[in-house]
Ligand binder design. Structure first.
Ligand SMILES: Cc1cc2nc3c(=O)[nH]c(=O)nc-3n(C[C@H](O)[C@H](O)[C@H](O)COP(=O)(O)OP(=O)(O)OC[C@H]3O[C@@H](n4cnc5c(N)ncnc54)[C@H](O)[C@@H]3O)c2cc1C
Length: 317
């Protein structure tokens, strides 16, 4: 039976569940068991999702201390001989994965966005050269297969009612660190576009009136996002760019205003439930992916929809 270790970044627990889908695709039909590594905090969603939870409560291990966590994962690998080790490509995950790969003397594929099996061989796919090509990488060396996985790309739809076993792990190594905890600063409320259920997204067609998107996003309780055209024009920050070289998003509703729908943009739309596009050209590629297409000027659309939402809200008072 193969074993797969998944690191749970407690700040982004949802991404650890996504990695279960990666494990499913790696092992395909072969039997395997999943192990979640939780530091200090047993994330609620891990219960029932994983076969085993390994919990480390040692106070000397800080949850952001990638060096100590890499040592713990190495110790676990010596015990379990994992076939695969999966780490979400969060900030901590990006620090942790290369440290662990060096300790285990294995290759690491970073920021994986797809898994393929070609002629019986597993290939990990990731954007390379700033997203200009998708690189397919095989592991020809020894196990474990190690990768960090881009957030929000995979969707796990399987059983979340497993009888999860729990084990507290006591690392043997000296985990004394030079890192000093100075103070905890509360993170400002996240407005990460990856967390929003509604995205009002603008492209080249709304370049002049991009600021108007905020009115519609506020009326719908969503966030504003953008295509690279808008970001490269200096109108919006890269943190709200959707696409291959931006973020992968999965809202319930994506309103694409004046967006053409290039391959690189659409690459960032994974598991989006509904797309409404507004475009003066109904043959733009984004329209063929949309549930509703409005042919016309996007700013006019915003004005009319915001007015309608406001007047309906007034009537219901
Ligand atoms: C390596 C690489 C990585 C890339 N990564 C990304 C990425 O992560 N994200 C990304 O978005 N792009 C990315 N791109 C760029 C991508 O190829 C496109 O150039 C870009 O997505 C185009 O943005 P757009 O659709 O907003 O603009 P345009 O291509 O300019 O399209 C504008 C659209 O608006 C419509 N329009 C015009 N006026 C109006 C109006 N008044 N009302 C309504 N519609 C109107 C037009 O018909 C057109 O469909 C990448 C490119 C490369 C080479």
């Amino acid at each position: 039976m193969e074993k797969c270790l998944i690191f749970v970044d407690s700040e982004y627990a949802k991404n650890a569940i996504e990695l279960l889908e990666v494990a499913r695709q790696i092992f395909d039909l072969a039997p395997y068991e999943t192990y979640a590594l939780c530091i200090h905090d047993i994330t609620e969603s891990a219960n029932g999702a994983f076969d085993h939870i390994i919990y480390v409560s040692d106070e000397s291990v800080k949850c952001h201390d990638a060096k100590a966590i890499a040592i713990i994962m190495e110790e676990l690998h010596v015990i379990h001989n994992f076939g695969a080790i999966l780490i979400p490509a969060t900030q901590i995950g990006r620090m942790l994965a290369p440290r662990l790969a060096i300790r285990l003397h294995v290759g690491l594929v970073a920021d994986v966005t797809a898994i393929e099996h070609i002629d019986g061989a597993l290939q990990m796919v990731r954007p390379a050269f700033s997203g200009k090509i998708m690189a397919c990488i095989s592991n020809l060396g020894k196990k474990p297969i190690m990768m960090s996985v881009r957030q929000n790309v995979f969707l796990y739809n399987e059983d979340l009612n497993k009888a999860t076993s729990h084990e507290t792990f006591y690392p043997k190594s000296d985990l004394t660190t030079n890192i000093k905890w100075i103070k905890t600063v509360e993170k400002p409320k996240s407005k990460d576009i990856r967390d929003s259920e509604v995205l009002v997204s603008g492209g080249g067609g709304v370049k002049k009136g991009f600021h108007r998107l905020t009115e519609l996003a506020e009326a719908l309780g969503g966030e504003v996002s953008a295509s690279r055209h808008i970001v490269d024009s200096g109108i919006a920050s890269r943190s709200i760019q959707v696409g291959q070289s931006g973020k992968t998003v999965s809202p319930k509703l994506y309103i694409a205003l004046g967006i053409y729908g290039s391959l690189q943009h659409v690459e960032g739309l994974k598991n989006v439930k509904h797309i409404i596009s507004v475009n003066i050209n109904k043959d733009a590629p984004i329209c063929s992916l949309s549930d509703i297409v409005v042919e016309g000027d996007a700013i006019e659309f915003i004005e009319k929809l915001v007015d309608k939402i406001k007047s309906e809200a007034d009537e219901s008072k």
